[in-house]
Design a protein around this ligand. Structure first.
Ligand code: SF4
Length: 222
């Protein structure tokens, strides 16, 4: 079992339910979803000429499409070794659910870590039962993928980027009759826009939903 890794770094989780929690971010390479505003386009493809040695992806990346294959055992040994103080692993991408994350998340939990994934919801979620699943549903993107009902059902948190009313409407249409009891539903204003902030605050108050602010963008940290 190998995982294609774009970068591996320790920081503070900047958004969503675990905002403020020290975390190790594992960014996996590969995503076919095609969001036009994606800020990690360098993770989309896995080209042979961009492949590097595993150690070369340790630390925050520089926005390059470099990637390395990490064997499961080496990845677990690195994460649970002396390099990190955090005990919260965020597996993101790219699209992490292109991979079977069960072996990794189960091994990390056995070592005392909590795992979280951040996914578009367009692929089957394969994680340990205790992994915190954050679905940020990508609706109607260029890649032509549908958000899976099974991913929404599995989600602990549904976190939706919002710039305008249209985005609230499309979330409502997507959720339909999905039972939301026990789930965190969060609206996240896109790009610190004042209009988006105002809309998200208004709707969160009306519906008793959570506001997710991208604090790392205000703090200017990775
Ligand atoms: S799902 Fe995420 S990584 Fe993939 S294109 Fe959309 S924003 Fe980018």
């Amino acid at each position: 079992m190998h995982y294609p890794v774009n970068e591996l770094f320790e920081t503070i989780q900047g958004e969503g339910h675990f905002t403020g929690v020290p975390a190790v971010f594992l960014r996996l390479q590969g995503c076919p979803v095609g969001c036009p505003w994606c800020d990690t386009r360098h993770t989309w493809t896995q080209e042979a000429q961009d492949r590097v040695a595993p150690d070369a992806v340790i630390g925050a990346g520089d926005g390059q499409p470099r990637w390395a294959e990490w064997p499961l055992e080496a990845l677990v040994a690195h994460l649970t070794g002396p390099s990190y103080r955090a005990r919260h692993l965020v597996i993101t991408g790219g699209e992490p659910c292109l991979q079977d994350l069960r072996p990794l998340t189960e091994r990390m939990e056995a070592a005392g870590w909590r795992c979280q994934i951040e996914t578009s919801g367009c692929f089957e979620v394969r994680t340990s039962a205790d992994t915190w699943v954050t679905v940020s549903p990508k609706i109607g993107m260029k890649g032509g993928y549908q958000v899976l009902r099974s991913a929404l059902e599995r989600a602990n948190e549904i976190k939706h980027p919002v710039a305008m009313q249209k985005h609230i409407d499309e979330l409502d249409a997507l959720l339909g009759d999905l039972p939301l009891a026990g789930k965190v539903v969060a609206l996240q204003p896109i790009s610190q826009q004042h209009r988006a902030n105002d809309l998200c605050v208004k709707v969160c108050i009306e519906r008793n939903w959570r506001l997710s602010v991208q604090t790392h963008k205000y703090l200017n940290i990775d």
